[in-house]
Design a protein around this ligand. Structure first.
Ligand code: PLP
Length: 384
């Protein structure tokens, strides 16, 4: 039973509401404090810090000696776009595995870049179909690359990365991964998964500040991308080569974001890397889902498809339930949630990533219970 006792607004150590969203996310005080310095982009300290960050990103995929990491200014979409523009050459063809908005966005990028592509789409609550992928690759020799979204944040669904990689490798094609919302919490292990490039950003499961993305790529694949990028600022090959030469960014680096990221990576390693971070998020997710179910909410996804990143709940059908009031009331109590982004169902989302633990999730559940009490709802009616 959720006991609704406290009506006081919760706040993080920096006095902010907790972000139960897909990002930007709650960061630790120490990550924020790391930004209280001004570093020159050519300082030895800063150059050392860059090298340390890039080495640690390669280590997360267990790619030492075979993979390289290239950073890029901007939000996650910048580096997704960079990956497509760099790795898929003008005469290549990309198969996009879509089951949500982030897969759709990749198709849009291809339209902008006039890259040839084909879509394999499934509904937002259905994982990528690997048997169909197998048949599509068998039938079309022109497909040179396949891109998959690891955790499709639109719904929170976990796509079968390992099986996708096995099929793509069997057909000798190149696999690109958007692991934006999963990297660091769910494994992308290059000793177990064949892939040419994965992209993610500083702020999601690695819990840094937002403002930079990165691509971790097989060195031999990165070498072949020279001249492919239709964009100067998003040219990962050029950025990589420039950093190899003088270990500096080509254009003004987000120095404060990098300071925060270095601290975030230390905290990540202290927590035990993928298993520690992923374990905390899994525990957060379990507390959240079981507490919400206790109040009558239903999840879009069955537990076996749910990534421990963000959970989509069906919108209650009780006439007394008012989502805008629910959202504002939770915010007033110190928890920011997220509207739904689905086409298959009316929904809202609650994230379990960022600097949050099981107690935060339990406290957020109390805030939800308080809102239901205010609406006079004993138990939520929800579509199952
Ligand atoms: C899977 C995935 N890809 C791409 C993005 C885009 O990242 P951004 O909003 O930082 O541009 C997101 C953002 O949540 C995401 O979850």
């Amino acid at each position: 039973m959720i006991d609704s006792t406290s009506h006081e607004a919760a706040s993080s150590p920096s006095g902010d509401p907790y972000l139960l969203t897909p990002g930007p996310l709650t960061t630790s005080l120490t990550v924020k404090q790391a930004m209280l310095h001004d570093y020159g982009s050519r300082d030895a300290n800063f150059i050392e810090l860059n090298a340390r960050i890039l080495d640690r990103l390669v280590a997360i995929v267990k790619g030492e000696g075979r993979y390289v990491a290239v950073p890029l200014q901007g939000s996650g979409t910048f580096v997704v776009e960079a990956m497509i523009g760099n790795f898929v050459p003008a005469d290549g063809k990309l198969l996009i595995l879509i089951n949500g908005a982030y897969g759709q966005r990749i198709a849009k990028i291809c339209d902008y870049y006039k890259r040839s592509y084909q879509i394999q789409e499934s509904p937002e609550d259905v994982p990528v179909d690997t048997a169909l992928l197998d048949a599509t690759l068998e039938a079309d020799a022109a497909i040179s690359h396949v891109v998959v979204v690891h955790c499709e944040t639109t719904s929170g669904i976990l796509n079968p990365l390992q099986q996708v990689s096995q099929v793509v490798a069997r057909h000798n094609r190149s696999l690109l991964i958007d692991s934006m919302s999963a990297f660091g919490a769910l494994p992308v292990d290059s000793t177990e998964i064949e892939f040419d490039a994965v992209v993610a950003s500083s702020n999601k499961c690695l819990e840094g500040a937002p403002g930079m993305g990165f691509c971790v790529a097989r060195e031999s694949a990165m070498e072949k991308t020279e001249g492919n990028s239709p964009s100067l600022v998003l040219d990962l090959y050029d950025q990589w080569r420039a950093m190899q030469k003088n270990r500096q960014w080509r254009f003004t680096p987000p120095t404060h974001v990098l300071l925060a990221f270095d601290q975030a990576l230390s905290e990540y390693e202290e927590e035990g890397g993928v298993s520690g971070r992923g374990g905390r998020y899994r525990a957060n997710c379990d507390v959240l889902v079981s507490g919400m179910r206790e109040m009558g909410f239903t999840t879009l996804l069955p537990d076996e498809l749910q990534a421990p990143i963000i959970v989509t709940f069906h919108m209650p059908t009780n006439p007394e339930f008012d989502f805008n009031a629910f959202y504002d009331g939770l915010k007033d109590q110190g928890y920011v949630i997220y509207p739904g982004k689905l086409t298959v169902a009316d929904s809202f989302r609650m994230g379990c990533i960022g600097r949050l633990d099981q107690q935060h999730m339990r406290d957020a559940l109390v805030a939800v219970r308080n809102m239901l009490d205010q609406f006079g709802i004993e138990s939520v009616n929800s579509i199952s």
